[in-house]
Design a protein around this ligand. Structure first.
Ligand SMILES: [Fe+2]
Length: 403
């Protein structure tokens, strides 16, 4: 019997990255991108983006360029399983042959989910969750890969969901947020347009911007990461440190906006080149299943205590992240420099007006919820890459400390 535990230098695999177009005005090419992948009738999946006019504009570009459309705009933040199934039914009944997702992670992930359901004959989306047990690597072989095309038009700063192959969907029966990852789910083409991204309100810019950073530091710290991941993640950390504040407080600062768009999309390379989310995303999304908090804000409020706990496992990496944020660490030990990263993060959170912890007061989380969250995280694939192993008791204590 061989030891199947995680090794210090595991074999790392990559997932293909599809077409990405980044630049001012690129959303105007949405109909061309649809035609390039033979979409004749697109289902637009979106949260609605009320007040921005973006959905109307995309719809108009498509229809005036001979791509027929149907719209499903009932997606909520933390998209629900039933929303994916509703969107699938609209897709099927309207005889669509592709998806155009317009918005942030929720819109893109719902689009990915419905394509997965359609590729598998209408099976319930909840049947595709990636868990440690039963092992995802075995389960995924039972699903048909996704071949239905999706063009994503991104409007937020955070998730790289417009390009990534994963979808986070809320299982409303089990009250868990499922990570779903099946070959082919990644959108066929992603359009990242700073013209649209700068229309975000200030708080969403701050929260999604922090999510960019959390993708970078979790991928960098991940023990299943690769050299590709490390290089890209450090570049993201530098971009966010130098641009997020300016972007949040002046979204018309076109340099900061463009840099945040790059940093946001670079996360897909971290995810697809072997790195992955850790305990911040892992616990954060299970808390989201109960509190419905915004994904980026949730990550932000739990980062400091969780990463302080991770710090001892790899202080050299924390020190390197401090340097990427511009800290002069000359003359310091690795631990001293590592502490500086946490100091920098506290300063950034204060500048973004985000309070660490206080989960009860801020989000209504209750002591009785903690057992459910810990149990859900125990079977979450995010646990695999985290640099430090957490026992059930340690997880519980950390959550209790953040109440
Ligand atoms: Fe995220």
């Amino acid at each position: 019997m061989i030891n199947k535990q995680m090794f210090q230098f595991p074999i790392t695999y990559t997932i293909p990255i599809r077409r990405i177009a980044i630049g001012w005005g690129v959303h105007e090419t949405v109909a061309d991108e649809c035609k390039a992948v033979n979409i004749k009738k697109a289902l637009i999946t979106t949260t609605g983006l009320k007040g921005t006019g973006i959905v109307d504009e995309i719809n108009q570009i498509l229809t005036t360029n001979s791509v027929a459309t149907e719209i499903y705009d009932k997606i909520t933040s933390n998209p629900r399983d039933y929303e994916v199934m509703e969107a699938y039914n609209v897709f099927k009944n309207a005889e669509c042959d592709g998806v155009v997702s317009v918005g942030g992670g929720s819109s893109h992930d719902c689009g990915k989910g419905l394509r997965l359901v359609a590729a598998n004959g209408g099976r319930d989306i909840c049947e595709f969750a990636s868990f440690i047990d039963p092992p995802w690597m075995e389960e995924v072989k039972k699903y048909k890969p996704v071949t239905i095309p999706q063009v994503s038009v991104n409007t937020t700063g955070g998730t790289s969901a417009e390009s990534s192959g994963a979808a986070d969907i809320l299982n409303t029966k089990l009250r868990i947020k499922m990570g779903i990852l099946v070959p082919g789910m990644e959108p066929t083409a992603a359009l990242v347009d700073p013209l649209l991204v700068r229309l975000m309100p200030q708080n969403i810019a701050a929260w999604t911007g922090f999510d960019v950073l959390s993708h970078a530091f979790e991928a960098f710290l991940s023990r299943i990461g690769s050299r590709h991941t490390s290089a890209i993640a450090l570049g993201m950390i530098k971009l966010v440190a130098e641009n997020l504040r300016e972007f949040v407080y002046n979204r018309m600062n076109h340099v900061a906006c463009e840099n945040m768009c790059w940093a946001e999309n670079m996360a897909v390379a971290c995810l697809h080149f072997g790195g992955g989310p850790g305990i911040v995303h892992g616990l954060g999304r299970q808390i989201a299943a109960l509190t419905d908090w915004h994904h980026g804000l949730g990550n932000a409020v739990i980062t400091i205590p969780l990463e302080r706990y991770n710090e001892a496992a790899c202080p050299d990496k924390f020190a390197e992240m401090a340097r990427a944020m511009g800290v002069d660490t000359r003359g310091m030990t690795n631990m001293q420099a590592a502490d500086k990263w946490l100091d920098e993060m506290e300063r950034l959170l204060a500048d973004l007006n985000i309070k660490t912890g206080q989960l009860s007061e801020q989000f209504g989380l209750k002591q009785k919820d903690l057992e459910h969250i810990v149990a859900s995280y125990e079977n979450d694939v995010c646990q695999i890459g985290n640099p430090r192993d957490y026992s059930r008791e340690e997880c519980f204590e950390l959550l209790e400390g953040m109440l």
